[in-house]
Design a protein around this ligand. Sequence first.
Ligand SMILES: NC(=O)c1ccc[n+]([C@@H]2O[C@H](COP(=O)([O-])OP(=O)(O)OC[C@H]3O[C@@H](n4cnc5c(N)ncnc54)[C@H](OP(=O)(O)O)[C@@H]3O)[C@@H](O)[C@H]2O)c1
Length: 247
Amino acid sequence: MTRILILGGTSEAVALAEALHADCPELEVITSLAGVTRNPVTGPGTLRTGGFGGADGLADYLLAESVDGLIDATHPFASSMAAHGESAATKIGIPRIKLVRPMWQRETGDHWIEVDDARSAAEVSKNLNPACVLITLGRRDLEPFLALTGLRLVARMIEEPENPLPPHATLLQARGPFSVADEHALMEEHAVDLLVTKAAGGNATQAKITAARERAIPVVMLRRPAMPQGPAASSVKEVMDWIADQR
Ligand SMILES: NC(=O)c1ccc[n+]([C@@H]2O[C@H](COP(=O)([O-])OP(=O)(O)OC[C@H]3O[C@@H](n4cnc5c(N)ncnc54)[C@H](OP(=O)(O)O)[C@@H]3O)[C@@H](O)[C@H]2O)c1
C-alpha cells in the first residue's frame, strides 16, 4: 500500500491523517471532504474537496490517482458515502476499512427514546410536550421540528441553515467538543427539557448525553443507519494495525 484515500469529514479522519503522517511518512495520504463545511478542520497530507459522482465516480478517481487503500472515516450517518466507498473499493479490488466511532453506552438514569429519522423524532418530541427542545441534528434534519408549536427550539449546528429560523427557534452556531459544564450551562440558560440528537457516538459530543442524564432530561435519539459490509475499526490504532497487515 503506497497511496491511501481517507474519506473524511470527522475528527477521526484528522486524527488518522496525523497518525499516518507521524508513523508512516512514506505513505501518501489524500483526505477527501464533501465540501459542506466552510472552514473544515484538516490534517496533514493532500486535501481534495467535493463529491466524486457516485460509486462509479469514486472508482474512477481511485484508479486515476493510483490509490491502493481506502479508509472510510466518514460520520456514522454519512451512509451514502459509506456505501459508495465499499462498492468502489470492491469494484476495483483494493482493500477498504470503515473507521467508525464507538456508540455511547446507556447508563443508569438515561432516558433514551430511539427513532429512525428526524420526522419520527419531531413526532415523539411533540408528544413529550416539552417547553424547550435542544436539537443537535444538523441543518438538514431541522425542518420537521420547525412546524411544532407551543414550545421553544434551540438548534445547534456548525453551518447556518439555508432559511432563517422562525421566532420560536434560537440558532446556535458552534462546533464541538463541548464540556459537560458547557452543556449544563446551555441547558440551564434555555431551560431545556428535551434533547434531540443523532446516535453519533464518540467523545467530542458525549457531554450533552452526560448533562441530559444528570438533569434527568429525556433524549430522542436517531438510530445509526446500517453500515456497509466489510472490515470495520473503532479507533485510529485499529486502522493503523490494519494498514500494517496490508503492507
Ligand atoms: N451526516 C452527518 O450527520 C455528518 C456529521 C458530521 C460530519 N459529516 C461529514 O459530512 C460529509 C457529508 O455527510 P453526508 O451525511 O451528507 O454524507 P452522505 O449523505 O453519505 O453523502 C452524500 C454525498 O456527498 C458526497 N460526500 C460525502 N462525504 C464525502 C467525502 N468525505 N468526500 C467527498 N464527497 C463526499 C458524496 O457525493 P458523490 O456521490 O458525488 O461522491 C455523497 O454521495 C461526510 O464527509 C461526513 O463525514 C456528516
